[in-house]
Design a protein. Structure first.
Ligand code: CO
Length: 156
């Protein structure tokens, strides 16, 4: 990466961590802040022990046959949660902020978080893993919440 690009990416990453911690959330992908880069940030550690990871050009290189179901939410779909079933373990290859090749392997919450964030890079949201019925329920609720919010703003 050129020096100017490098500075721009570092600036973007700082803004993404700030947005994620403020939400609060455990992951955020560049497309969620309107940037078409294959980049995501995650941090599953508690606030007092922050462990930020920057994943550039991440790729899933292995998944388990075993599946796991956990409740997911998303900063792009405020206050919506649903059970999502995914491979229980994944291995992801990526470049860190210094351009070093790295690998992260995880199960449980980390596995779900990695798959959720990598999905965002391909425009996929957790609701896309649900049945059409469940997805429509959530999207209708989201639209209703949005309308209520606009109503409240209009009343002021
Ligand atoms: Co999300």
């Amino acid at each position: 990466m050129a020096a100017a690009d490098d500075a721009a990416v570092r600036d973007l990453v700082a803004r993404m961590f700030a947005t994620m911690y403020h939400a609060p959330g455990i992951g955020l992908a560049a497309p969620q802040v309107g940037v078409a880069l294959r980049l995501a940030v995650i941090d599953l550690a508690p606030d007092d022990k922050r462990t930020p990871h920057v994943l550039i050009n991440p790729e899933i290189v292995a998944v388990s046959k075993e599946l796991a179901t956990r409740e997911e939410g998303c900063l792009s779909l405020p206050n919506m949660y649903a059970d999502v079933t995914r491979p229980a373990q994944v291995k992801v290859r990526y470049l860190d902020i210094d351009g070093a090749r790295r690998e992260i392997q995880g199960d449980g919450l980390l596995a779900a978080c990695l798959q959720h964030e990598l999905d965002h890079l391909d425009g996929v949201l957790f609701v896309d893993h649900l049945s059409a019925l469940k997805r429509n329920m959530i999207l209708r609720k989201l639209a209703k919440d949005q309308k209520a919010k606009e109503q409240t703003a209009g009343d002021r």
